[in-house]
Design a protein. Structure first.
Lengths: 407, 480
């Protein structure tokens, strides 16, 4: 378990890669992380924040992290393959999509980890079901609660809950954040909060109208409303007390990351923030669409990380990026790609061990025409819960998963 | 209770909310007339004629219909129908025979399943059970289509006993294994090509002939002897249905579930016995049970009236009907105008999304056990969604017309001051609040110009949004 991870465990798990490419920068980082853990009595920093960024629609992994040295890639994608000359090369075989300049900088600064071939057994190619699988971390059965919701439930049992411990940005309450007891407020944007409690009198009136008396059921409603109001009250204060000095794009990622930055800057008690952005279902005209999306994502992430650095939070924040599936290796006839299976995940942060984790995509052993999974996404989740959030992933997933060495 | 109060209570439970126009209409029928019209709904013209395929998109010849579109279409039907009890019962059976579009992701199958529930909603439980069990959606959902001789799949056999008929604890594992053998060979097949064209779907809907149909495959059926719940024979799946439906355990389970859905959690033993006998004596007919529930003294006790937590359907569809949204939407409907159809679908998808955020994604129940009802609907996230619904209602595309309609209705009552306006609005919303709660709402009405906003379209949208926000935030609003 993370809380009492020993120094030997830490080095052992890191050693596998260390043997091959013993590169000083990240060895130094292990040592630093190690010292940090020792200093804290092997405890994870209780202020660590996890930001989960969901790319809805199925992002095409192969045109995001491009295997430009592999002829099979170009054979499968004669029209929409990213030309070698355009790839932002990161090593002798892989590179980012040309619009991901911000992400490439983070990668080179060792702050961005790319976990390759992430998926799960018997991949489901339905958006809905696959997203549900990622959100509940259960590929085998339909499950009521989400993986972060379960984590929050355990935190509540420890009595460490607060109204803004976890926040969800998006139009839909997110299954990943749904817990049995944990109730995570969901806002489409911070502007939503403004629309509810923006004016001086709004919050007072919403509290007044809760009234008193009534039976147990009315009390349930009242409590839920007051929890939401408590969260909104904190959020509103946060919004008015901080002005970002950074310029974000006006796209969904720019605005999303901007709000996340604002929350982290002003709400020290917030530990989990979830936000989703859509549009990745590129069955047709993929090149233009995906270029815009990836640019928004990469610029937003870069600016966010810069802002975290500027306010001294770079080492307190980890961003986890996923999509419900990758896309078919072969392009289709409409300059797009159909639903696929495994794809890369990103993990970004000041204490993240940057670089590639896992093998490059294997075109020889496909799963029904799609990239086959080699790393289970629950390994990445478990790593984040155990090593970053100080939780116990085994109790959440019902079994232990090997960690991916991203911290 | 006055007749009007009783009728309002009946409409909240056996209908889709007590909108003022419905209440005025049903009050004249009296309690008995109201129950007759609501429960014997086949006598009533539904007043809905927008077929499902207008919601589908065609890719070339192939029709694309997603379960989400079927759900949006269902919401429209709930908003428009003059048979509110048929939809309420369909919702009850959807929760009881819960199938999710997450696995059954072909909209057409979900549509056929929904139609089967609707057709049998107030009919005979044995037929409802049989027809729903044979729905292709159910066969796929509980893997009965892969349940074959020699390799039985027990998924359906278990759930049909545990969730659809007797309830847990009234059968053994052997009963399940034996029943699974009886259900082997159940399958389904498509008429025509694998992916139906728009034309085929239109024809099938018009003729009421499902495109995908149940099929019994004798060679996959295990016709050996089976022992099920003390019966012995070389039973088929139909035989098992015939064994399960008449069980007293089934009678107790189904009647208790109906009572809890329509009345309240508390069910006195004597009443339960009475409902159970009715089920058995009347040959598993559903209507007599519904009448008995609505005629029970307990149904009108103070602890029952306005003491049920509104489900997302009660909340969203109830408000929609109170504001006449169904009429508004259908007036704009033009099947030949692609753009209009898209916008129309968008408005309904918005309601679908709101309901989902409130915890009930129609046609996507969390699992085969359906949703958790009652206080389970309430959480801070879902309450934020309910409060936010004030802006969904009064901003956006149809908001101006809806606001105008509300303003006109209030104006017609000639209010003298903000207090009158607020009381009128609460009556439209069929809700009662205490003096303390009223104070703030009256204050907001004052801030927005008192009775002045009634004369100004833009102001009325703003005023209604602000007042509704507070009303939807009041705990008492969330009970029906």
């Amino acid at each position: 378990m993370a809380d009492n991870l020993t120094r030997r465990d830490f080095l052992r798990s890191g050693a596998i890669i260390a043997v091959g490419i013993a590169s000083p920068p990240w060895l130094a980082k292990i040592a630093r992380a190690d010292v940090l853990m020792q200093a804290k009595g092997n405890k994870i920093d209780p202020d660590n924040v996890l930001v989960v960024c969901q790319l809805s629609g199925g992002n095409d992994g192969l045109n995001t992290v491009v295997p430009w040295a592999d002829a099979a890639y170009y054979a499968a994608r004669p029209v929409i393959g990213i030309k070698e000359a355009d790839v932002l090369k990161l090593n002798d075989s892989l590179g980012f999509h040309p619009s991901m300049t911000g992400a490439a900088e983070l990668f080179k600064a060792n702050k961005l980890a790319v976990v390759q071939n992430v998926g799960y057994p018997n991949p489901n190619r339905s958006h809905f079901r696959s997203m549900e699988i990622w959100q509940t971390a259960n590929p085998d059965n339909v499950e009521t609660y989400g993986w972060l919701g379960k984590y929050l439930d355990t935190q509540m049992q420890k009595g460490s809950a607060n109204p803004v411990m976890a926040l969800n940005f998006g139009r839909q309450a997110n299954l990943a954040m749904k817990g049995k007891v944990a109730s995570v407020p969901c806002f489409a944007s911070l502007a939503d909060v403004n629309s509810l409690v923006g004016n001086m009198d709004d919050e007072r009136m919403l509290r007044e109208v809760q009234g008193m008396g009534g039976d147990a059921d009315a009390e349930t409603v009242r409590k839920a409303n007051l929890t939401a109001l408590d969260a909104m009250s904190e959020l509103k204060k946060a919004m008015s007390s901080y002005q970002s000095k950074f310029t974000y794009g006006n796209d969904q990622f720019g605005q999303g990351f901007k709000q996340v930055a604002q929350l982290i800057a002003t709400l020290p008690k917030t530990r989990v923030i979830y936000f989703s952005a859509g549009g990745f279902d590129t069955h047709s005209n993929q090149p233009t669409q995906q270029a815009n999306l990836l640019k928004g994502f990469s610029d937003g992430l870069k600016t966010f990380m810069d802002e975290m650095q500027a306010i001294g939070k770079a080492n307190k924040v980890t961003v986890l990026v996923f999509s419900e599936f990758g896309r078919r290796v072969n392009e289709n006839a409409s300059q797009g790609t159909d639903h696929g299976a495994a794809a890369p995940m990103f993990v970004a942060g000041g204490l993240v061990k940057g670089g590639f984790h896992g093998d490059k995509p294997d075109f020889q052993n496909l799963d029904r025409g799609d990239i086959a999974w080699k790393i289970d996404f629950r390994q990445v989740y478990a790593t984040a819960i155990d090593r970053w959030m100080g939780g116990d992933s085994a109790s959440i997933f019902g079994r232990k998963f090997d960690h991916v060495d991203v911290f | 209770m006055t007749t009007r109060e009783k009728v309002a209570h009946i409409l909240r439970r056996f209908g889709l909310g007590a909108s003022k126009s419905e209440l005025d209409y049903y009050e004249r029928l009296g309690v008995d007339g109201t129950l007759d019209r609501l429960i014997n709904f086949e006598k009533v013209d539904e007043g809905f004629n927008i077929p499902i395929y207008t919601f589908a998109r065609a890719q070339g010849d192939i029709l694309q219909l997603r379960p989400q579109q079927v759900a949006a279409w269902w919401i429209l039907r709930m908003l428009v129908t003059q048979r509110p009890m048929q939809e309420k019962l369909t919702l009850f059976w959807h929760d009881h025979f819960a199938i999710s579009g997450s696995k059954v992701n072909q909209g057409l199958l979900m549509y056929q399943y929904l139609e089967t529930l609707r057709k049998n909603a107030n009919g005979n439980f044995m037929y409802l059970l049989r027809d729903t069990s044979k729905e292709p959606a159910m066969l796929q959902w509980l893997d009965n289509n892969t349940n074959v001789k020699g390799k039985p799949n027990e998924n359906f056999a278990r759930e049909v006993m545990e969730l659809f008929t007797m309830g847990i604890g009234h059968y053994t594992e052997t009963d399940i294994q034996e029943a699974a053998r009886a259900f082997t060979g159940w399958s389904f097949a498509r008429a025509g090509a694998a992916r139906p064209t728009k034309e085929e779907v239109e024809d099938s809907v018009k003729n009421g002939q499902p495109l995908v149909q149940f099929m019994f495959r004798p060679r996959l059926h295990d016709d050996g002897m089976k022992k099920i719940l003390g019966n012995e024979g070389n039973f088929t799946g139909d035989d098992v249905i015939g064994i399960l439906a008449p069980r007293e355990d089934t009678a107790r389970y189904i009647t208790s579930k109906l009572w809890k859905f329509f009345a309240m959690d508390e069910l006195p033993q004597k009443l339960h016995d009475k409902l159970t006998r009715l089920y058995l004596d009347k040959g598993f007919e559903i209507k007599p049970i519904l009448f008995a529930i609505a005629q029970a003294n307990e149904f009108y006790e103070p602890k029952c009236v306005r003491h049920m937590v509104k489900s997302p359907v009660d909340f969203v569809v109830g408000l929609g009907r109170q504001l006449g949204l169904g009429v508004l939407l259908t007036q704009q409907f033009d099947p030949d105008n692609t753009n209009a159809v898209r916008q129309f679908g968008g408005a309904l998808q918005q309601l679908f999304a709101s309901m989902s955020n409130m915890g009930m994604q129609l046609l996507f129940p969390p699992d085969v056990a359906g949703w958790d009802w009652g206080p389970q609907w309430i959480s801070s996230a879902t309450m934020v969604e309910r409060i936010k619904f004030a802006s969904t209602l009064y901003s956006g595309r149809n908001a101006a017309v809806a606001a105008q309609w509300v303003a006109d209705s209030i104006k017609a009552r000639k209010p003298k001051d903000s207090k009158d306006v607020v009381n009128d609005l609460l009556e439209i919303y069929d809700t009662k609040l205490g003096a303390a709660e009223l104070k703030g709402i009256i204050e907001v009405c004052d801030q927005n110009g008192g009775i002045g906003w009634l004369e100004n379209g833009q102001k009325s949208q703003k005023a209604l949004q602000a007042m509704s926000k507070l009303i939807f935030a009041a705990p008492d609003f969330h009970f029906c």
